[in-house]
Design a protein around this ligand. Structure first.
Ligand code: NBY
Length: 791
């Protein structure tokens, strides 16, 4: 499509969809008209893909996820249909700033962090590979909260409102609606049971087409919105029960109102359980409806249907599918269990006990009485089959969703090599022994379209110039860059692109935050959710120690650094919020010190999200991946940084291990204990006190916080953080501190060998093509879903 054709299409939508002429079009109108014009281009591959799948009666993948952290769609879709240049020209020709139009789109933040972003990268890769697939989730009215910082530096949360302006991509499907019940009673009826829910809501579908690279294939992201069955209970109203009359409506809408912002603990909240059942049950009905339109024999279900449970959040899919097959379709119970299992896969994203979902049995029985019975029957069946087993799904009055998912899935996968081994050895050790073929590894990946080509056009251009076209969907081809890295000219170009990205970021920081930063300094970046295991406090302690040493010894060869933090803390996670507060106040004090200004600046832009990541990652020199070994399941940010030519300072955790293997140990700043050593270390009750006693820098940094230096003299302000470090320090910040400090000084020295730094940065790009989510999805397709690509 030429720029002129696209311009005409935009004008048509401006007039007939937005009801505006060009002279009166707002930025929003222009963005919508462009979105609709691009969406039109996506319809053709979308229909084609749907028809091809029906025609071939191929197996479909259903990716069930509570979260899809997609960010903005427009720029990505334009790129995928190959219209970036035409769109720029057309929009410019109509008198609008192209970047401003793209920036007008709100971020769809329907996720918390890595888990939700992974689901979004998977959608992109499934469409790119021609894997017939649907993403199923919830159309939250409010996505992840917006973060700001109060004048004192504390995190403030406000509601996010991405749907306030129509986002243009979705199609409302009033005909695709299912009634989803809760509570009520179960009556025995012959061999099965009849569940009569006490209340119910409607799940209504909203479809967004997701187009793959070069517009060859498009899948559907189907999100469910909750609606009342009837807008209003007239009977109750007429009896004078006005509140009761409105209650069903309130309850219904509440279910898809907000995304749970807690990625730290399993939330024992009734509403959360209802959300989980709501979208899972609606998706399963939709899946069975689609299956029934093509086949009549339900025993063939697993040859046509692969359902992936993204963590345990959709784990009720097991019992619900059994209920649909057994209670509603008369399949024998054991066969229903077997059939359901043959369809289901489960991805585990965490080993942390507090993040593994457990529901009180009483709550489960109250909200989903029939499912509770089915869960008990599945549990009993498993016990009968494996009499020696000691694990069970229901234990101490709780339903353990991890065990339920494991038992109901035919494959269980971890998300990095290390994580998968730990899944086998720890949380699911006994189940693994009983089912030794069930656990497989699928190391995470990221989409190179968004995270390299879209976010870093300069680097993408250099790659194409060097190795030719076609690397975007064959990212392993980045290895072909390696010979060029020996050329001075290539390295200079690589360095110049990084420098340009840094200037752009420095300007943005200057405008947004009013903090001047030197684009020649090392950009040292830690962006991720705030969590003690991710150890942002290790980073800020090292920052304090560094500041003190620079002051004491200004000419000791410090690499000038800009320390950049980004991320949100769960609103109820007190310790994480205290760390955020501390970082903001350390930044305030350090940035005010004129004597160290040239060497150290700390910036923490609020409201980190996908769009901000796209800005920060291409401009980063150093990637901070410093979690306590054994705690970060994989990480995906770590991959994005490496691909964009940042060097990593990190622990042997999650996918860092695989990154280091690929880029070479000599090109990775490793520090800290291994997962095994962490476990050993914890056996010494005073490991933290000992580490503090042995490290004068750590001791001084903690004491400085305790002195009130960052809290206007208030010595008690950060007691929560410092006392925890001194006494408990479960995440072994103190024990790893000196090792981290030493690694940072190796980073300093490497920084001064700038050409060599660039060489290593380019090696990172060249050697990490394996982390494309295309490779990950090919793995799922072959090992778990048994689905063949359609293109
Ligand atoms: O999943 C992350 C892991 O921490 C990270 O290492 C991995 O790379 C990524 C993708 O596999 N997990 C994550 O993001 N988890 C959550 O966001 C999350 C959300 C909700 C709940 C628990 C965890 N919950 O219990 O409600």
């Amino acid at each position: 499509m030429s720029a002129t054709e696209l311009r005409d299409a935009i004008l048509k939508h401006l007039e007939y969809s937005q009801g505006k002429d060009l002279a009166h079009a707002s930025l929003y109108d222009m963005r919508m008209a462009l979105t609709l014009a691009i969406r039109d281009k996506v319809i053709e591959p979308w229909f084609r893909a749907t028809r091809a799948t029906y025609a071939a009666q191929s197996k479909r993948v259903y990716y069930l996820s509570m979260e899809f952290l997609i960010g903005r769609l427009l720029e990505d879709a334009i790129m995928n249909v190959g219209l970036t240049e035409s769109a720029r020209e057309a929009v410019l020709g109509l008198g609008f700033d192209f970047e401003a139009v793209l920036n007008d789109e709100p971020d769809a933040a329907l996720g918390n962090g890595g888990l939700g972003r992974l689901a979004a990268c998977f959608l992109d890769s499934m469409s790119t590979l021609g894997c017939p697939a649907y993403g199923y989730g919830i159309r939250y009215e409010h996505g992840l909260f917006r973060q700001s910082f109060g004048p004192d530096g504390r995190q403030i949360e406000t509601a996010e409102d991405w749907l306030r302006q129509s986002h243009g991509w979705e199609f409302e499907r009033p005909e695709a609606a299912f009634r989803i019940g809760f509570g009520g009673t179960v009556a025995e009826s012959g061999r099965s049971a009849v569940w009569t829910p006490e209340s119910a809501v409607m799940a209504k579908a909203y479809d967004t087409p997701i187009v793959g690279w070069q517009g060859k294939w498009a899948n559907t992201l189907r999100l469910w919105g909750a609606e009342p069955l009837r807008a209003f209970d007239l009977n109750a109203f007429n009896k004078g029960d006005f509140t009761g009359a409105a209650a069903p409506e309130a309850l219904a809408r509440t279910i898809s109102r907000v995304l749970y912002p807690d990625d730290t603990t399993a939330q024992g909240k009734e509403l959360r359980l209802k959300q989980e059942f709501f979208f899972t049950a609606a998706s399963l009905r939709d899946i069975l409806r689609r299956f029934a339109s093509e086949h009549s024999d339900l025993s063939a279900l697993s040859s046509r249907v692969a359902i992936q449970m993204n963590d345990t959040h959709p784990a009720i899919a097991g019992p619900e599918l059994v209920r649909l097959l057994h209670d509603e379709r008369g399949m024998e119970f054991d066969k229903a269990v077997e059939t359901a299992r043959a369809c289901l896969g489960y991805t585990n994203h965490t080993l942390m006990p507090e993040a593994l979902e457990r529901w009180p049995e009483t709550l489960m029985a109250q909200v989903l009485p029939r499912h509770m019975q089915i869960i008990e029957r599945i549990d009993a069946g498993h016990a009968r089959q494996y009499p020696s087993r000691t694990v069970s799904i229901v234990e101490n009055g709780e339903v353990k969703m991890g065990e339920l998912s494991f038992i109901m899935a035919n494959k269980v996968n971890g998300v990095s090599a290390l994580h998968t081994e730990l899944v086998k050895d720890t949380v699911f050790a006994e189940l693994h022994a009983l089912h030794p073929d069930r656990i497989v590894n699928e190391t995470n990946g990221v989409t190179p379209r968004r995270w390299v080509k879209g976010a870093n056009p300069g680097l993408a251009g250099l790659i194409t110039e060097t190795i030719g076209e076609g690397w975007e969907d064959h990212l392993e081809r980045l290895v072909e860059l390696e010979p060029a890295i020996g050329d001075q000219g290539f390295r200079d170009r690589f360095a110049a692109i990084k420098a340009e990205n840094k200037v752009a970021l420095a300007n943005w920081i200057g405008t947004e935050m009013g903090i001047p930063v030197n684009p020649d300094a090392m950009f040292d970046v830690q962006i991720k959710r705030f969590h003690e295991y991710k150890r942002q406090h290790l980073n800020i302690l090292e920052t304090i120690a560094l500041w003190q040493e620079i002051r004491a010894n200004p000419d000791a060869g410090w690499a000038p650094r800009v320390k950049i933090f980004g991320g949100k803390a769960a609103p109820g996670y007190v310790m994480a919020k205290e760390i955020i507060h501390l970082i903001n106040n350390v930044a305030r004090i350090i940035n005010a010190d004129k004597t160290t200004r040239e060497l150290l600046t700390v910036v923490y832009p609020p409201n980190y999200n996908v769009t901000m990541a796209e800005r920060l990652i291409p401009a980063s020199d150093l990637s901070e991946q410093i979690s306590t070994a054994g705690k970060e399941a994989s990480g995906t940010g770590n991959m994005k940084f490496s691909l964009n030519g940042a060097l990593t300072i990190g622990t042997l955790d999650g996918a860092n291990v695989e990154i280091r293997d690929l880029v070479g140990a000599e090109n990775f700043f490793l520090f800290g204990m291994t997962a095994d050593e962490v476990v050993e270390c914890r056996k010494t009750p005073d490991h933290a006190a000992r580490a503090i006693a042995q490290s004068k820098r750590l001791k001084a940094a903690i004491e400085m916080i305790e002195s009130g230096a960052f809290s206007h003299g208030d010595k008690a302000m950060y007691r929560g953080v410092t006392q925890n470090l001194r006494t408990h320090d479960y995440f072994t910040v103190c024990a790893d501190f000196d090792s981290y400090w030493d690694a940072q000084r190796r980073v300093d020295r490497a920084w001064f060998q700038r050409d060599d730094w660039t060489r290593i940065a380019a090696l990172n790009t060249a050697r990490t093509g394996w982390f494309s989510s295309d490779r990950t999805i090919k793995g799922y397709m072959a090992d778990i879903w048994k689905v063949a690509p359609m293109i």
